[in-house]
Each structure stands twice: as structure tokens, then as C-alpha cells.
Design a protein around this ligand. Structure first.
Ligand code: ADE
Length: 257
């Protein structure tokens, strides 16, 4: 995959390019990330990238020209259009499914806006506007980093094992199960016995139960949308039965109804 980012603050991207999983993915040539300075695509000697907004309101708006120049050069050199993403509070709200879709693209371009926004005419060459949430940041750089980091996890080879991506929160509509490492007893808190048993099937079911419970308690909105398979339904019945056996009084009111 090739990712190009157009920004007036290229240095900000050192954060993702020089550390951890993304650094390794670049070294393994699983992804190429080009950070380009928008100022290099300006036409004047002062390399201006923004001008006051038309219409009398305060604030600066980013010029359309540098984005179009980059876009034209890209198409000219490669003979095809890249898939252009504009991080913006007006976009589709980002989630794992959208990250998965973006991870399938061969070539992605991110346009990072600043100030009051980008000249509306830039949207003509944008394929997808993406918001990372209902709040406003001062620029598209941090949203771009969030989107890149999330989608790269779906590229084969970026994360050590495929199952660790599949077990991640949201991948299958559930939150991730709890994780433990050494020591077995930490300040009086024990690792659940079953995880030490070596019985992989029981561990799998235990984790599934944990995922279901966590999702119900922490993210009921996700759980409501989840289509349960037969095994998950069975586990849910077990959870309710266990709760009843532990404390039948909790169910008293519903029994009386
Ligand atoms: N730029 C400013 N705020 C943003 C947001 N919430 N998502 C994406 N890009 C943005």
C-alpha cells in the first residue's frame, strides 16, 4: 500500500513513522508513507497556502490550488487516480469497518486542512470525508494519523498474528476480552485459574464469555447491534443462569411479574 499525506506540518508525522508497528511496517515494505509539504505545491514566492475567507467572516481558508496541483501531478506521474481522503468534522464517522474498507485501497492520499477549513472546491477531488468523532480539532493531521494507524493494523503482516487483529475490540462487533500476564498473583489479584489450565477450548469459551459480558456492560449500544451466533446465544444463557444461581434474589422482581 502507498499512502501520501499532504500537510503544512510534515514534522508532525514523525510520531507515527518513527515508532512501533508502523515503523516496522515501513521497514518491511508493507507500506510506503510519503509525507509531502503542501507549500511545495504553491505558486507564489512566499509559499502561501491560505487566504481570508470570502463573505466577510473572520478566519483563513486553505487555497484549492496547491491541492489540485498535487493531484494533477500525481495522476500525471502514475496515470491513475489515488483514493483521496479528507479528514473533516463533516465526514462519515470513522470506525473499524471504515478502516477495513480503506485498508483495501492500493493508494491513499490524505489532505490535511487547517484554519477554518479548505476551499469547498477541493471536495470535488475528494473520494471520502472522514470524521474521527463529533468534536473539532485544529487540523487534519491528528485525524489522519488516527486513520492511518487504525487501517494499517488490517494489512497482512503488519500485526504479528492474524488472530490478534480478529480478537481486537470491534472486529467481530464485541469488545476484546481481558488480558493477563505474569505474575499470577499481583497484589492479591489472581489471574483466572482457567487461563493457566492449558485447555484451549475452555479458554476460548471463557474469553468469549468475557467479551460478551464486557460488551453488554460497557457498550450496550454495540451489543444491541450484534448478531449472535448459536454459540454466543448458548454462552449468554449460561451467563444468565450463573447470575441466577449466584444470586436468585436479584431475579425475584422479574419472577413476580
Ligand atoms: N478536523 C477537525 N476536526 C476533525 C474531526 N473531528 N475529524 C476529522 N478531521 C477533523
Amino acid at each position: 500500500m502507498k499512502i501520501s499525506v499532504l500537510t503544512i506540518f510534515p514534522g508532525m508525522f514523525d510520531i507515527i513513522r518513527n515508532y512501533g508497528v508502523i515503523k516496522k511496517a515501513i521497514e518491511k515494505k508493507l507500506v510506503e508513507i510519503d509525507i509531502l509539504n503542501l507549500r511545495d505545491y504553491t505558486t507564489d514566492k512566499h509559499k502561501v497556502t491560505d487566504k481570508p475567507s470570502y463573505g466577510g467572516e473572520n478566519g483563513m481558508v486553505m487555497l484549492a490550488e496547491p491541492f489540485y496541483r498535487f493531484y494533477d501531478e500525481y495522476i500525471l506521474s502514475k496515470n491513475h487516480k489515488p483514493y483521496v481522503v479528507l479528514p473533516s468534522p463533516q465526514g462519515e464517522v470513522f470506525n473499524n469497518d471504515l478502516a477495513f474498507e480503506l485498508a483495501k485501497k492500493e493508494e491513499l492520499v490524505f489532505f490535511c486542512g487547517r484554519y477554518e477549513g479548505i476551499d469547498e472546491r477541493v471536495r470535488k477531488i475528494v473520494d471520502k470525508e472522514v470524521s474521527i468523532g463529533d468534536y473539532v480539532l485544529t487540523g487534519g493531521e491528528i485525524p489522519t494519523m488516527v486513520i492511518i494507524e487504525t487501517l494499517l493494523r488490517f494489512l497482512p503482516g503488519v500485526i504479528g498474528s492474524k488472530t490478534s487483529v480478529e480478537n481486537d475490540s470491534f472486529y467481530n462487533g464485541l469488545l476484546d476480552y481481558s488480558h493477563y500476564t505474569k505474575p499470577q498473583n499481583f497484589r492479591g489479584m489472581q489471574v483466572p485459574e482457567i487461563l493457566l489450565s492449558g485447555d484451549h477450548e475452555r479458554i476460548r469459551i471463557f474469553r468469549k464469555k468475557d467479551s460478551l459480558l464486557k460488551t453488554i456492560l460497557k457498550r450496550p449500544d454495540l451489543f444491541i447491534k450484534k448478531e449472535l451466533d448459536e454459540e454466543e446465544k448458548k454462552i449468554l444463557v449460561e451467563i444468565i443462569q450463573e447470575m441466577f444461581n449466584k444470586n436468585p434474589d436479584n431475579f425475584k422482581e422479574s419472577k413476580d411479574v
